[in-house]
Design a binder for this molecule. Structure first.
Ligand SMILES: Nc1ncnc2c1ncn2[C@@H]1O[C@H](COP(=O)(O)OP(=O)(O)OP(=O)(O)O)[C@@H](O)[C@H]1O
Length: 339
């Protein structure tokens, strides 16, 4: 649906060159809620603004729905852009216009007639839960309500893609959750592909099915959100994951002094969560189990239990116990044998 091919973007300011994007390749599929995360200056805004050609690449191609944007005439480009809505951190509403007028803006600009605009605006306001706010002004609304107006406006021209530029960064956690739930509805009910940029891993965790981690204009980690959460490889990805869950196994946890001990990390999800697997390690395999650490985390409504266990028993008992765990569908990572 969206392809960025070998994109480099260099800004020139006062004869200084700043490489904001450095040979970026990225494919975002139809139906994705795709998250881009990175620290300030990583290149996230530049990347998202390329998708609707608010920025043009210095080199490389931006392909949206099969169309190479560089090859479009101005009128073709306007057509492509109409299919891409965008919402912003600071909402970008016209303060002197009513909520209804703000939502109607794209329709007015597209030359729609009043009798078409009014029912569409009412429908959009109802969709975002602001049916009674049409005649209010933006400064009479809360931050969350303002973002709902921004969302209604972005949806007015029936886009296929919605770009979200730090859309929840100015909102409190509760309001953030309600806006993220609205974005999920937009993705599911309206079949709109969503690309969002954020510096908060909790946003990625809540709604994104795939994520790219950026640093210094490059994508340093890319994959399904669950994979990146469970097995981040790049230090920056690991740092972001650690803002919402602990992943490192402490040094003391890795120490076992006995050849008949093994420290393992288990990742348990789905049906395996209902199994008495620790009891079975004792009952069926004669193993003693000490829980060193237990964490639960939810990624996109999937609950995961992460356990670090110290198992004590003969080598054979341990091997059989680990096989039984794997057969239950549990992922077993061996943290350490003995030192
Ligand atoms: N219009 C511009 N002119 C010059 N340099 C720019 C411009 N826009 C961005 N940059 C530079 O490009 C780099 C990437 O910026 P970008 O805004 O894409 O990063 P970001 O990850 O979105 O950061 P933030 O989270 O702070 O918005 C930064 O070094 C920034 O200073």
């Amino acid at each position: 649906m969206i392809e960025l091919r070998n994109i480099t973007k260099v800004y020139e300011r006062a004869q200084k060159k700043i490489t904001a994007l450095d040979h970026v390749d990225l494919t975002i599929d139809k139906g994705d809620i795709f998250g881009v995360i990175g620290y300030s200056g990583a290149g996230k805004s530049t990347l998202i603004r390329l998708v609707n050609f608010l920025e043009r690449p210095t080199s490389g191609s931006v392909i949206v729905d099969g169309t190479d944007l560089a090859s479009c005439s101005p009128s073709q480009l306007r057509g492509v852009k109409r299919e891409i809505g965008m919402i912003f951190q600071h909402f970008n509403l016209l303060q002197s216009r009513t909520v209804a007028h703000n939502v109607a803006m794209p329709l007015i600009l597209a030359g729609k007639k009043k009798h078409e605009i009014e029912p569409r605006v009412a429908e959009l306001l109802a969709f975002v839960g602001l049916e009674d706010k049409g005649s209010s002004y933006p400064n009479e609304l809360s931050g969350g309500q303002k973002q709902r107006v921004g969302i209604a406006r972005a949806l007015a021209s029936n886009p296929k893609i919605l770009l979200c530029d730090e859309a929840t960064s100015a909102l409190d956690p509760e309001t953030t959750r309600s806006i993220l739930a609205l974005l999920q509805r937009i993705n599911k009910e309206l079949n709109i592909t969503i690309v969002l940029i954020t510096h908060e891993m909790s946003v990625i965790q809540e709604i994104c099915n795939r994520v790219a981690v950026m640093e210094n204009g490059q994508i340093v980690e890319l994959g399904p959100t669950l994979d990146v959460f469970l097995h981040p490889t790049h230090p920056t990805a690991r740092n972001f994951v650690q803002t919402v869950m602990s992943t490192d196994v402490a040094v003391e946890e890795q120490m076992t002094t006995n050849a008949n001990e093994r420290v393992v990390q288990l990742e348990v999800m789905g049906d395996a969560l209902n199994e008495p697997f620790i009891d079975l390690l004792g009952a069926n395999h004669g193993l003693q189990t000490q829980i060193l650490r237990a964490n639960t985390v939810s990624v996109q409504q999937t609950k995961i239990l992460i356990l670090v266990l110290k198992l004590s028993g003969t080598q054979q008992q341990i091997a059989e116990g680990l096989t039984a765990l794997r057969e239950t569908g549990i992922t077993v990572l061996e943290v350490a044998t003995h030192v």
